[in-house]
Design a protein around this ligand. Sequence first.
Ligand code: TRH
Length: 357
Amino acid sequence: MTTKITILCQIIDNLGDAGVTLRLARQWLHQRPSDSIEIYTDNIQPFLILSDLPVLSNSDQSFLNTDCSIHLLEKCKIFLKKEPNTIDDWGDIVIEMFGTPISHIWKSLLAHRTPKVQWVNLEYLSAEKWVEDFHGYYSIDPESKWQQLFFFPGFSNKTGGLLGPENNTNLINNAPPNNSQRLNIFVFAYDFEPLKKWLSFFEYTRKPITFHVSGNFESTLKDTSLVQKTPFVPQTEFDTLLQGFDYLLVRGEDSFVRAQLSGKPFIWQIYPTNDKTHWDKLEAFYSLYASDLPEPIRSLWQQVWFFWNGKQNINTNCLNKALAYNDTLTAHALNWKQKILPECTLIQRLHKALGLF
Ligand code: TRH
């Protein structure tokens, strides 16, 4: 049976809202190729960048009139508008990405449409304990009386799980072991102040290091031999890109998960929120991730994580000490990957919750 899915995705900033949505659509259609997906968004550019499609000029976007769409994938179209035009344009399932709101009028109409329309709020990923208590719950919208499923991605079987490996990349550590003495570190960050400080540390370190930085950093980082630019790759090639490095400094949500699936040691720069709740999220994940890291590297590595997130300062010594545990960190990262692979069934868990088999 063919199911039509309407995904609403409001872009807050950066690439991750679109990144998670695009990966969800790709993995959904891989599981259920006869389904069709329509994405409605207020900013189409991140989707085009991630799909390796030309971005649109402002005038082009104005021509992308309300009924015109762009094919991101076979069976997945994207519209540069908030919501569908008519009641019949809405799918059998409506997924709000990260709480993207549906207009009141549409809630009232969809609540009474037959056949029934299922409504899901797919939330941001968190390792915080409360997620297990809230995942899978339904709430009834007071005005429309329409019930909404709250679906929380997470790291345990009591959550919605994770978007896992994709068939186009072999995530078994296929990168040849790095026998050279040089450490190649991938950097995809919000700001480069921590990197500027690290560069001053590493001028004197024993271990030769190259930072392969993605994004526009030239203005902040003086041209040093320790930094090289890494080109942006389409999302379908991102997992393979990560295999080419020894350490991964990632951010946000989607690259954070991809780094974990790479089996490489990583540092997560969390997306900062004004209400500072991101610190709880960062600490919850680190304590889960590092629970079986032995001391002193568990505390040392936490100091490096908190330094990278601007939560504390560290000295050169701490950094050099941490990197001396390279073998432990590398073995731990591989072990963590094996630990989370069984949780990489988000699409299957979502289908089950929706009664799709
Ligand atoms: O871009 P981000 O910082 O997005 C953030 C997060 O999603 C965060 O949760 C959200 O609250 C905030 O936006 C508004 O980081 P993230 O999530 O890693 O998304 C980046 C995407 O870009 C991801 O899908 C990987 C992809 N990517 C590529 O496809 N190729 C590349 O070369 C690079 C560097 C990234």
